[in-house]
Design a protein around this ligand. Structure first.
Ligand SMILES: Cc1cc2nc3c(=O)[nH]c(=O)nc-3n(C[C@H](O)[C@H](O)[C@H](O)COP(=O)(O)O)c2cc1C
Length: 252
Protein backbone atom coordinates (compact mmCIF):
# COMPACT_ATOMS: atom_id res chain seq x y z
CA UNK A 1 0.00 0.00 0.00
CA UNK A 2 1.26 3.43 -0.98
CA UNK A 3 0.40 6.19 1.54
CA UNK A 4 1.33 9.67 0.34
CA UNK A 5 1.36 13.28 1.36
CA UNK A 6 1.88 16.09 -1.14
CA UNK A 7 1.54 19.88 -0.93
CA UNK A 8 2.14 20.88 -4.53
CA UNK A 9 1.81 17.64 -6.47
CA UNK A 10 5.38 16.27 -6.83
CA UNK A 11 4.93 13.46 -4.32
CA UNK A 12 1.41 12.82 -5.58
CA UNK A 13 2.77 12.28 -9.09
CA UNK A 14 5.48 9.90 -7.82
CA UNK A 15 2.90 8.00 -5.73
CA UNK A 16 0.68 7.58 -8.79
CA UNK A 17 3.63 6.47 -10.94
CA UNK A 18 4.49 3.85 -8.32
CA UNK A 19 0.86 2.72 -8.19
CA UNK A 20 0.83 2.28 -11.94
CA UNK A 21 4.12 0.38 -11.96
CA UNK A 22 3.49 -1.85 -8.92
CA UNK A 23 -0.31 -2.21 -9.02
CA UNK A 24 -0.44 -1.33 -5.29
CA UNK A 25 -3.31 0.53 -3.63
CA UNK A 26 -2.85 4.21 -2.92
CA UNK A 27 -4.15 6.36 -0.05
CA UNK A 28 -3.77 10.02 0.85
CA UNK A 29 -2.40 10.58 4.37
CA UNK A 30 -4.51 13.74 4.94
CA UNK A 31 -7.64 11.75 3.94
CA UNK A 32 -6.66 8.90 6.27
CA UNK A 33 -6.16 11.42 9.10
CA UNK A 34 -9.51 13.08 8.38
CA UNK A 35 -11.19 9.65 8.53
CA UNK A 36 -9.55 8.98 11.91
CA UNK A 37 -7.61 5.97 10.57
CA UNK A 38 -5.50 4.36 13.30
CA UNK A 39 -4.37 1.23 11.45
CA UNK A 40 -3.43 0.22 7.90
CA UNK A 41 -3.46 -3.35 6.64
CA UNK A 42 -1.58 -4.66 3.61
CA UNK A 43 0.06 -7.91 2.65
CA UNK A 44 2.32 -6.07 0.21
CA UNK A 45 5.05 -3.72 1.50
CA UNK A 46 3.98 -0.29 2.75
CA UNK A 47 5.41 2.64 0.78
CA UNK A 48 5.43 6.15 2.25
CA UNK A 49 5.75 8.89 -0.38
CA UNK A 50 6.19 12.49 0.78
CA UNK A 51 8.30 15.63 0.39
CA UNK A 52 11.39 16.50 2.41
CA UNK A 53 10.84 19.41 4.81
CA UNK A 54 14.05 20.74 6.34
CA UNK A 55 16.15 17.66 5.57
CA UNK A 56 13.73 14.98 6.71
CA UNK A 57 10.18 13.76 6.22
CA UNK A 58 7.59 16.29 7.48
CA UNK A 59 6.72 15.99 11.20
CA UNK A 60 3.11 15.65 10.01
CA UNK A 61 3.99 12.39 8.20
CA UNK A 62 6.22 11.16 11.01
CA UNK A 63 3.43 11.76 13.57
CA UNK A 64 0.99 9.83 11.35
CA UNK A 65 3.39 6.87 11.15
CA UNK A 66 3.95 6.99 14.91
CA UNK A 67 0.20 6.95 15.63
CA UNK A 68 -0.65 4.25 13.06
CA UNK A 69 -0.55 0.51 13.51
CA UNK A 70 0.80 -1.25 10.41
CA UNK A 71 -0.70 -4.71 9.96
CA UNK A 72 -0.28 -7.56 7.46
CA UNK A 73 3.41 -6.90 6.71
CA UNK A 74 6.26 -5.19 8.56
CA UNK A 75 8.04 -4.19 5.34
CA UNK A 76 8.13 -0.46 4.62
CA UNK A 77 9.84 1.72 2.00
CA UNK A 78 10.23 5.50 1.98
CA UNK A 79 10.24 7.48 -1.26
CA UNK A 80 10.74 11.21 -0.85
CA UNK A 81 10.72 14.09 -3.28
CA UNK A 82 12.98 17.04 -2.58
CA UNK A 83 14.76 19.99 -4.12
CA UNK A 84 18.05 18.10 -3.97
CA UNK A 85 18.96 18.05 -0.25
CA UNK A 86 17.43 15.29 1.83
CA UNK A 87 20.11 15.47 4.53
CA UNK A 88 20.23 12.44 6.82
CA UNK A 89 16.62 11.45 6.18
CA UNK A 90 17.61 7.92 5.22
CA UNK A 91 19.06 7.20 8.66
CA UNK A 92 16.25 9.18 10.32
CA UNK A 93 13.51 7.01 8.83
CA UNK A 94 15.51 3.87 9.51
CA UNK A 95 15.50 4.83 13.21
CA UNK A 96 11.78 5.63 13.00
CA UNK A 97 11.21 2.09 11.70
CA UNK A 98 13.28 0.62 14.54
CA UNK A 99 11.17 2.35 17.19
CA UNK A 100 7.97 1.20 15.40
CA UNK A 101 9.21 -2.38 14.99
CA UNK A 102 8.94 -2.04 11.19
CA UNK A 103 11.24 -3.71 8.70
CA UNK A 104 13.05 -0.83 6.93
CA UNK A 105 13.42 -1.78 3.25
CA UNK A 106 15.18 1.38 2.07
CA UNK A 107 14.74 5.02 1.18
CA UNK A 108 14.97 6.85 -2.14
CA UNK A 109 15.19 10.64 -2.51
CA UNK A 110 13.98 11.93 -5.86
CA UNK A 111 15.06 15.42 -6.91
CA UNK A 112 12.16 17.44 -8.28
CA UNK A 113 11.39 21.15 -8.59
CA UNK A 114 11.80 22.94 -5.26
CA UNK A 115 8.46 24.41 -4.12
CA UNK A 116 9.85 26.25 -1.07
CA UNK A 117 9.48 29.72 -2.52
CA UNK A 118 10.02 31.30 0.91
CA UNK A 119 13.72 30.65 0.34
CA UNK A 120 14.08 29.76 -3.34
CA UNK A 121 12.48 30.72 -6.62
CA UNK A 122 10.77 27.64 -8.11
CA UNK A 123 11.50 26.88 -11.76
CA UNK A 124 9.14 27.92 -14.54
CA UNK A 125 6.88 25.31 -16.16
CA UNK A 126 9.19 24.22 -19.02
CA UNK A 127 12.25 23.80 -16.81
CA UNK A 128 10.12 21.99 -14.18
CA UNK A 129 8.80 19.61 -16.81
CA UNK A 130 12.34 18.71 -17.92
CA UNK A 131 13.37 18.04 -14.32
CA UNK A 132 10.36 15.79 -13.85
CA UNK A 133 10.95 13.86 -17.07
CA UNK A 134 14.41 13.01 -15.70
CA UNK A 135 12.99 11.15 -12.66
CA UNK A 136 11.43 8.34 -14.72
CA UNK A 137 14.37 5.85 -14.57
CA UNK A 138 14.68 6.24 -10.77
CA UNK A 139 10.96 5.77 -10.22
CA UNK A 140 10.94 2.68 -12.47
CA UNK A 141 13.94 1.19 -10.65
CA UNK A 142 12.33 1.92 -7.28
CA UNK A 143 9.05 0.32 -8.36
CA UNK A 144 10.96 -2.75 -9.52
CA UNK A 145 12.61 -3.17 -6.09
CA UNK A 146 9.27 -2.67 -4.34
CA UNK A 147 7.50 -5.20 -6.57
CA UNK A 148 10.21 -7.79 -5.88
CA UNK A 149 10.32 -6.97 -2.15
CA UNK A 150 14.05 -6.23 -2.46
CA UNK A 151 16.01 -4.06 -0.06
CA UNK A 152 16.99 -0.81 -1.72
CA UNK A 153 20.73 -0.27 -1.41
CA UNK A 154 20.99 2.61 0.95
CA UNK A 155 23.49 5.17 -0.20
CA UNK A 156 25.36 7.14 2.47
CA UNK A 157 23.91 10.59 3.05
CA UNK A 158 25.44 13.68 4.58
CA UNK A 159 23.72 16.40 6.50
CA UNK A 160 23.30 14.85 9.94
CA UNK A 161 23.60 18.30 11.58
CA UNK A 162 20.83 19.71 9.38
CA UNK A 163 18.44 16.80 9.96
CA UNK A 164 18.94 16.49 13.70
CA UNK A 165 19.87 20.04 14.80
CA UNK A 166 18.67 22.58 12.23
CA UNK A 167 15.36 20.80 11.54
CA UNK A 168 13.92 21.32 15.06
CA UNK A 169 14.99 24.99 14.94
CA UNK A 170 13.38 25.36 11.51
CA UNK A 171 10.11 24.02 12.94
CA UNK A 172 10.35 26.22 16.05
CA UNK A 173 10.98 29.48 14.22
CA UNK A 174 9.61 29.02 10.69
CA UNK A 175 6.56 26.78 10.75
CA UNK A 176 3.54 28.69 11.94
CA UNK A 177 0.61 30.61 10.56
CA UNK A 178 2.06 34.02 11.17
CA UNK A 179 3.43 35.60 8.05
CA UNK A 180 0.64 34.72 5.61
CA UNK A 181 -1.21 37.65 4.10
CA UNK A 182 -3.60 38.19 1.26
CA UNK A 183 -3.63 41.08 -1.20
CA UNK A 184 -6.54 42.87 -2.82
CA UNK A 185 -6.22 40.39 -5.74
CA UNK A 186 -8.00 37.81 -3.56
CA UNK A 187 -11.52 37.25 -4.92
CA UNK A 188 -12.59 35.04 -2.00
CA UNK A 189 -12.85 31.88 -4.15
CA UNK A 190 -11.98 29.66 -1.14
CA UNK A 191 -9.68 27.36 -3.10
CA UNK A 192 -6.97 27.71 -0.42
CA UNK A 193 -9.47 26.52 2.19
CA UNK A 194 -10.44 23.39 0.28
CA UNK A 195 -6.83 22.61 -0.76
CA UNK A 196 -5.27 22.98 2.70
CA UNK A 197 -4.36 19.42 3.81
CA UNK A 198 -4.45 20.27 7.51
CA UNK A 199 -7.62 22.39 7.43
CA UNK A 200 -5.96 25.43 8.98
CA UNK A 201 -7.47 28.02 6.62
CA UNK A 202 -10.98 29.39 7.10
CA UNK A 203 -12.86 32.25 5.45
CA UNK A 204 -13.29 35.39 7.51
CA UNK A 205 -15.47 38.05 5.91
CA UNK A 206 -14.71 36.68 2.46
CA UNK A 207 -10.92 36.40 2.92
CA UNK A 208 -8.75 33.48 4.06
CA UNK A 209 -7.49 33.39 7.63
CA UNK A 210 -4.73 31.03 8.87
CA UNK A 211 -4.86 29.41 12.29
CA UNK A 212 -3.95 26.09 13.87
CA UNK A 213 -1.50 23.46 12.70
CA UNK A 214 -0.04 24.89 9.49
CA UNK A 215 2.77 22.63 8.25
CA UNK A 216 3.83 25.16 5.63
CA UNK A 217 3.30 22.86 2.66
CA UNK A 218 2.69 26.11 0.71
CA UNK A 219 -0.19 24.64 -1.25
CA UNK A 220 -2.20 27.81 -0.54
CA UNK A 221 0.42 30.20 -1.93
CA UNK A 222 1.36 28.03 -4.89
CA UNK A 223 -2.17 27.12 -5.97
CA UNK A 224 -3.90 30.49 -5.49
CA UNK A 225 -5.53 31.29 -8.88
CA UNK A 226 -4.99 35.04 -8.44
CA UNK A 227 -1.50 34.88 -6.84
CA UNK A 228 -2.97 36.82 -3.94
CA UNK A 229 -1.25 34.99 -1.07
CA UNK A 230 2.19 35.99 0.23
CA UNK A 231 4.40 34.93 3.12
CA UNK A 232 5.85 38.13 4.63
CA UNK A 233 7.79 39.78 1.80
CA UNK A 234 9.69 36.57 1.00
CA UNK A 235 7.41 35.29 -1.75
CA UNK A 236 6.79 38.58 -3.56
CA UNK A 237 7.57 38.47 -7.27
CA UNK A 238 8.55 34.78 -7.19
CA UNK A 239 7.26 32.00 -9.42
CA UNK A 240 4.44 29.85 -8.07
CA UNK A 241 4.85 26.10 -8.43
CA UNK A 242 2.39 23.26 -8.90
CA UNK A 243 3.60 20.02 -10.46
CA UNK A 244 2.92 20.56 -14.20
CA UNK A 245 2.32 16.85 -14.88
CA UNK A 246 -0.77 15.40 -13.28
CA UNK A 247 -1.16 12.21 -15.31
CA UNK A 248 1.52 9.49 -14.83
CA UNK A 249 0.66 8.18 -18.31
CA UNK A 250 2.47 11.22 -19.72
CA UNK A 251 5.71 9.78 -18.35
CA UNK A 252 5.26 6.00 -18.32
C1 LIG B 1 8.53 23.57 4.39
C2 LIG B 1 9.39 23.05 3.28
C3 LIG B 1 10.70 22.67 3.54
C4 LIG B 1 11.49 22.13 2.51
N1 LIG B 1 12.75 21.69 2.81
C5 LIG B 1 13.50 21.10 1.86
C6 LIG B 1 14.80 20.55 2.18
O1 LIG B 1 15.26 20.56 3.31
N2 LIG B 1 15.52 20.00 1.17
C7 LIG B 1 15.05 19.95 -0.13
O2 LIG B 1 15.76 19.42 -0.98
N3 LIG B 1 13.83 20.42 -0.45
C8 LIG B 1 13.04 21.00 0.51
N4 LIG B 1 11.79 21.48 0.19
C9 LIG B 1 11.29 21.31 -1.20
C10 LIG B 1 10.34 20.11 -1.33
O3 LIG B 1 10.83 18.99 -0.59
C11 LIG B 1 10.16 19.66 -2.78
O4 LIG B 1 9.86 20.70 -3.63
C12 LIG B 1 9.07 18.58 -2.87
O5 LIG B 1 9.20 17.89 -4.08
C13 LIG B 1 7.66 19.13 -2.75
O6 LIG B 1 6.77 18.04 -2.80
P1 LIG B 1 5.19 18.18 -2.99
O7 LIG B 1 4.98 18.89 -4.33
O8 LIG B 1 4.71 16.78 -3.01
O9 LIG B 1 4.66 18.97 -1.86
C14 LIG B 1 10.98 22.02 1.19
C15 LIG B 1 9.67 22.42 0.94
C16 LIG B 1 8.88 22.93 1.96
C17 LIG B 1 7.46 23.35 1.64
Amino acid sequence: MIAYFSGTGNSHLVARMLRKLTGDDIASIPDLIKKGTTSLTSNRPFVIVCPIYAWKIPNYVEDFIDRTEFKGTDMIYFVTTCGGEAGFNCKYVENLCKRKGLDFMGEVDITMPDNYLIMDDPPKKDEARKMIEAIVPTVKETADHISKGEIINISPHGGMFRTYVVNPLFYKFNINCEGFSVSSACDGCGRCVSDCPTGCISMDRGKPKWSGDCIQCLSCINRCPTTAIEFKSKTKGKNRYVCPISDPDELL
